[in-house]
Write a protein that binds this ligand. Structure first.
Ligand code: UDP
Ligand code: MG
Length: 312
C-alpha cells in the first residue's frame, strides 16, 4: 500500500490558522478524493502560537494521507512553502493558502491543464473578494511595478496558488536562495506555463497574516531578488544631480567674478543640503538592502529548521 505512487502533493502553509485548518482539510479532502487518484496533503506549521499544531496533528493521526511538518519557529510563508515542496513526493505539487481564499475546487482545473502537458499551472486572480481597497490597490501596483523592473516574465496578479510538475519541483530545490520569492523563481525556471483564472474568495476565518510590514518586506525581497533597477536608478539620479550641480557651480563662480551682487542664500543653502543628504541616505539605503541580502547568503545558514515531522 505504501509503495502506491503518489500522484498529487498538496502543500498548505499554516501560521496561526486554528480557525480554518479543519475546514481547509475537509474541503481539500473532498476535492482530492474526487480525482480518484492517490494524493498526500502536507501541512506545514510555520511556528504558530495558537492551537494550529495540535489540531493538525489530530487530523494527521486520523488520516494516513495527511503529513505534518512543524518549524522550530516562524520562518515565513515562502519558506513554509519551500519545506512542503522539499518533502513532497507527488508527480504534481500544488501549493495553496490555508484560509480558503484560493478555492480548492480550482485544483481540478489545474490538474486538467497539467494532464494536457503544462508543467506550471498558476492561479490568476480575476477578482479579489473581501479584501481592503488598500490591499487590492497596493497588490495591483506592486505586481505591475515588479513586472516592469524585471527581465523575466512574472505573470501579474498571481499568488503562490499553483500546480507544478515534479520536474519543476526538483529544479526549484537546486535554487538555494534565502530571501525567496517563490513565484518569481518558478517563472525564472522556465518550463511550459499557463494560467487558470479564478475568483479569490474572502478569508474563511481569522485575519490576514500579512500586515503592512510583512507586505513591504515581501515586496522588497521580490524586487531585490529579480532586479538591479533600484541600484541603476540610484546611479542615474546621482549622475543627473551631479551634472546639474556642476552647471550651477559654474554659474555661481561666474556670478561671483563678474557681478558684485552678493547672494543672500542661507535658506536655499539649507534646502539644498537637506535635499542632497536625503538623496544620499536613500541611495545608501537601497545599497544596504542588497548588501544585507549578500550577507544573508554569505552566512549560508539553512533555509528553515524543522522541529517535528509526522506521517512521513
Ligand atoms: N503564512 C505562513 N507564515 C507566515 C505568514 C503566513 O505560513 O509568516 C501562511 C498563512 O497561514 C496562509 C498563507 O501563508 O496559509 C497566506 O497568508 P494570508 O492568507 O494571511 O495572506 P493574504 O492572503 O492576506 O495575503
Ligand atoms: Mg489569505
Amino acid at each position: 500500500m505504501t509503495d502506491k505512487v503518489i500522484q498529487y502533493s498538496i502543500v498548505v502553509p499554516l501560521y496561526n490558522e486554528e480557525l480554518v485548518v479543519k475546514e481547509t482539510y475537509k474541503r481539500l479532502k473532498s476535492v482530492m478524493d474526487s480525482t480518484g487518484e492517490n494524493y498526500e496533503i502536507i501541512f506545514v506549521n510555520d511556528g504558530s502560537r495558537d492551537k494550529t499544531a495540535v489540531i493538525t496533528k489530530e487530523i494527521c493521526d486520523r488520516d494516513k494521507k495527511i503529513k505534518f511538518i512543524s518549524f522550530s519557529r516562524n520562518f515565513g510563508h515562502q519558506l513554509a512553502i519551500t519545506a512542503g515542496m522539499d518533502n513532497s513526493s507527488g508527480n504534481a505539487v500544488v501549493v495553496i493558502d490555508a484560509d480558503l481564499q484560493d478555492p480548492p475546487e480550482v485544483i481540478l482545473k489545474m490538474i486538467e491543464k497539467w494532464k494536457e502537458g503544462y508543467e506550471v499551472v498558476y492561479g490568476q486572480r480575476a477578482k479579489r473578494k473581501g479584501e481592503t481597497f488598500f490591499k487590492k490597490l497596493t497588490a495591483r501596483i506592486f505586481y505591475r511595478m515588479l513586472n516592469s523592473m524585471t527581465d523575466i516574465d512574472i505573470p501579474v496578479d498571481t499568488g503562490d496558488f499553483r500546480l507544478i510538475d515534479r520536474k519543476v519541483c526538483d529544479a526549484l530545490k537546486t535554487v538555494p536562495e534565502r530571501n525567496r520569492y517563490v513565484r518569481g523563481l518558478i517563472s525564472w525556471l522556465g518550463f511550459k506555463q499557463i494560467g487558470v483564472q479564478f475568483i479569490r474568495e474572502e478569508r474563511f476565518a481569522g485575519e490576514t497574516k500579512y500586515p503592512l510590514k510583512k507586505m513591504v518586506e515581501f515586496a522588497t525581497d521580490a524586487i531585490t531578488s529579480f532586479s538591479y533597477k533600484p541600484l541603476k536608478l540610484a546611479m542615474y539620479s546621482g549622475s543627473i544631480i551631479s551634472i546639474i550641480s556642476f552647471v550651477y557651480l559654474i554659474f555661481v563662480i561666474i556670478q561671483k567674478l563678474f557681478t558684485n551682487g552678493i547672494v543672500a542664500g542661507w535658506t536655499s543653502l539649507v534646502a539644498l543640503m537637506l535635499f542632497f543628504n536625503g538623496v544620499i541616505l536613500m541611495i545608501l539605503g537601497i545599497m544596504g538592502e542588497y548588501i544585507g541580502r549578500i550577507y544573508d547568503e554569505a552566512k549560508g545558514r539553512p533555509l528553515y529548521i524543522i522541529g517535528e515531522k509526522k506521517g512521513f
